[in-house]
Design a protein. Structure first.
Length: 400
């Protein structure tokens, strides 16, 4: 009898990839999201799509809908892919969630907050993997900002995503104007000038079972923001970075997905800037035969020692063009000029044997986000998480 997985956050291309991997492994796959037309909804790999209430504004209705969705699909496994993971972990604490809480592939809510909170993560890192911890200061009041020493600094809200609010080497006047408060805490990290790398990992019971490094090639906003083209890293000092991920996973006995952004300091040492306790683009480099589904479902290691395809590049043009317009087009052309070898190997995320997402379907998914961005007068990146983002203390209200 086929096992069933319910994959949430179908707006993310990586969720689409998870759907395809599970379907290829013989699972029945159902998708869910609080958007009406997320890109994963158009995949032929899913048996059905469930439209959920927005968890941020309707947490009670979201929790009830998840319980109903698990019952309706008879899901053996619930796999979050975006920031809705925090709301799922919160819903799993409710009495009526006893029937499905153990099927949620995610850390506890407390541990998720530790990993999602950039200051709490940096503090954890300083304890378990100090060689990778950057110099940082947590800012909770204007006085903290005024007392911040000489930089250069990078400042960002402790609960944020896609670098949408990051300030790189701001002057003192800008720092003092920031809306810093205990309800809106910020983090100041020492500016790091070196190259960047990202990691995507799966852990079960604190044991690291899968790991992939990748490099962002093209971002919607120059130098920061979400990447729409990226390459498997060819030289990422695997053993060093693997030990850092293992230390974090073991410290919290993590079961779930972990993702990290790192940058080299002036001496060439890798420093982990932040952790995202959710799926990120590194999972795209795992194919149906690489054991990623088995890592999640059976606790089997996908770290086979076999190198991922060297220099394999993935990306998507439609999101870049829809999100950036003329700027998106110029960025794509710039990538083609500067990284000709990379673009020759560019493989679209929407492509999959027997399951290609057409440009029309992609446009339909991104048009929903574009309308939302116009309605809320925000960027497409911000619009993509308005209904699922977890922004700190204000989102830690007691359970009903």
């Amino acid at each position: 009898m086929k096992r069933t997985v319910l994959i949430t956050g179908l707006r993310a291309p990586v969720a689409l990839h998870w759907c395809r991997l599970f379907a290829a492994a013989g699972w029945r796959v159902f998708g869910a999201d609080s958007l009406r037309d997320p890109v994963g909804r158009f995949s032929r790999s899913i048996k059905g799509y469930l439209h959920l209430p927005p968890p941020r504004s309707e947490p009670d209705n979201f929790a009830k809908a998840i319980s109903s969705a698990v019952e309706e699909t008879d899901a053996d496994l619930i796999l979050p892919t975006c920031e809705e993971v925090l709301f799922l972990a919160r819903a799993a604490l409710r009495p009526e969630a006893k029937g499905w809480a153990q099927r949620l592939f995610a850390p506890s809510l407390e541990d998720l907050i530790t990993l999602h909170d950039k200051a709490a993560f940096n503090t954890l890192l300083a304890r378990v993997a100090p060689d990778f911890a950057p110099s940082f200061q947590s800012l909770e009041t204007g006085a903290d900002a005024a007392a911040l020493g000489e930089g250069p600094w990078v400042l960002k809200p402790r609960f944020s995503r896609f670098a949408t609010s990051v300030l790189i080497k701001p002057d003192r006047a800008t720092i003092l104007r920031l809306p810093i408060s205990p309800e809106q805490p910020w983090l100041a990290q020492a500016y790091l000038p070196g190259e960047e790398i990202c990691l995507s990992a799966v852990a079960v019971g604190g044991q690291l079972l899968a790991l992939q490094a990748y490099e962002p090639l093209l971002r919607l906003r120059q130098g920061r923001g979400a990447s729409v083209a990226f390459a498997a890293s060819e030289d990422w000092v695997g053993s060093q970075l693997r030990h850092m991920v293992e230390a974090v996973a073991k410290a919290l006995n993590v079961t779930g997905q972990l993702s990290f952004d790192l940058r080299r300091d002036a001496e060439g040492q890798w420093r982990a800037l932040e952790c995202n306790p959710r799926a990120t683009s590194g999972f795209h480099f795992f194919g149906p035969d690489d054991g990623l589904v088995e890592a999640v479902a059976e606790g089997r290691s996908a770290l086979t020692g076999r190198t991922r395809p060297t220099g394999e590049v993935l990306g998507e043009a439609v999101p870049a063009l829809l999100a950036g317009g003329i700027r998106g087009l110029s960025l794509c052309l710039g990538l083609m000029r500067s990284k000709a070898g990379a673009t020759r190997r560019l493989r679209p995320l929407s492509a999959w044997p027997g399951d290609t997402i057409s440009p029309l379907e992609q446009s339909r998914a991104f048009f929903e986000l574009w309308l939302r961005s116009r309605a809320h007068r925000c960027s497409l990146e911000e619009a993509s998480t308005l209904d699922i983002c977890w922004n700190g203390p204000s989102d830690r209200s007691p359970l009903p």
